[in-house]
Write a protein that binds this ligand. Structure first.
Ligand SMILES: [Fe+2]
Length: 346
């Protein structure tokens, strides 16, 4: 396994590892602004990009993954709960991502976001933003959950050998790496704290929302990167009423007229997760332009549906803005619907 120095030399961290025998490479958490630099560096090192992994949906910088996937033959791998349709391969806890002889073992470490993974490779672990050097990623928006984060760090990452080198997706203090043992003993956020103490601390932090969350997070969640796309703001998104899969299933049993609006891409609609019987497909990118087709449903109950419940929350907020009165979102989307073993059509 060939490991390279971190590629950005900034606050966002992008890592490159490669197989010496096949020259196949993996890039972890690329930043859009630096894609040209990565491609030049790969060429200089005579490496072929085989796989791109985002450890989670980033809120602070546009991901470079979509562009790298489009410009090369590389696969884009993310966790099963990643909202974006651009992913070519979804993984879960225990899966192994390969690039030649390089093996990245996936740990599911939610908490910073619901789709956060860490990647173990040999003597090192890439922790995304769940565990930082001397800190932890925030857990107060985009589906974060500080209790889940505590469990991910304490039960999964701290269970790795103490000597494991640890590389986060961000660092704001000029650190480049740490070890699991060091963080276990000295990380001021979490070392020595109980779960309750940790969640209390996280709830008290009250950070401002990151700059440009509108311009960054939603394009990363949707792969819609269009200056004309007007995304709802966070207040509008937070107002969207959420229904669990079981609650939506109960509504269906009542047989009152209901619009099930699936906003995924056509290949997802007929893909592995399937769709709910009777649902209407209008991809999110077309929704604003096709809303007039849905006029008849303005006074009906509408349930917006997508893969993990993120794009559909955006869709629900757009419809509310257009005067639809009873709009709900299927919480956690078709991933959860399938996990609950509710019926699907393909
Ligand atoms: Fe993050």
């Amino acid at each position: 396994m060939l490991v390279f120095p971190e590629l950005n030399r900034g606050k966002c961290k992008t890592y490159l590892i490669a197989c010496e025998r096949t020259r196949k490479a993996a890039i972890i958490d690329p930043v859009k602004d630096n894609v040209s630099r990565y491609l030049a560096y790969l060429a200089y090192q005579q490496l072929k990009l085989d796989v791109v992994v985002d450890t989670h949906t980033h809120a602070d910088h546009p991901t470079g993954s979509f562009l790298l996937r489009d410009l090369t033959d590389a696969r884009l791998v993310m966790h099963r709960r990643a909202p974006v349709p651009a992913v070519t391969e979804h993984v879960e806890h225990g899966d192994v991502i390969t690039a030649g002889d390089v093996q990245l073992r996936v740990l599911y470490t939610p908490g910073h976001t619901p789709d956060s993974i860490s990647l173990c490779a040999g003597d090192r672990v890439y922790t995304g933003d769940v565990l930082l050097i001397g800190g932890t990623g925030r857990a107060d928006f985009a589906g974060g959950d500080s209790g889940q984060q505590y469990d991910s760090i304490v039960l999964k990452l701290f269970a790795l050998p103490d000597a494991t080198l640890m590389f986060p997706a961000h660092d704001y203090r000029g650190n480049t790496s740490s070890t699991i043992g060091h963080e276990k003993r000295h990380n001021p956020r979490i070392a020595g704290r109980t779960r309750a103490q940790y969640t209390e601390l996280m709830a008290s932090l009250n950070f401002p929302l990151p700059d440009k969350i509108q311009e960054v997070l939603q394009p990363n969640q949707t792969a819609i990167d269009d200056d004309k796309a007007k995304f709802p703001d966070l207040a509008q998104l937070n107002r969207v009423r959420q229904l669990t899969a079981d609650e939506v299933n109960a509504l269906l049993a009542k047989k009152e007229p209901l619009l099930l609006l699936d906003v995924r891409e056509p290949n997802e609609y007929s893909g592995e997760l399937g769709h709910i019987r009777g649902s209407t497909l209008v991809p999110l990118r077309e929704l604003a332009g096709r809303a007039t087709e849905l006029e008849d449903h303005k006074n009906r109950t509408v349930v917006a549906i997508c893969r993990s419940g993120v794009r559909s929350t955006t869709a629900a907020a757009i419809l509310e803005g257009l005067g639809f009165e009873r709009v709900y979102n299927l919480k956690y989307g078709m991933v959860e619907w399938n996990d609950r073993r509710l019926p699907v059509e393909r």
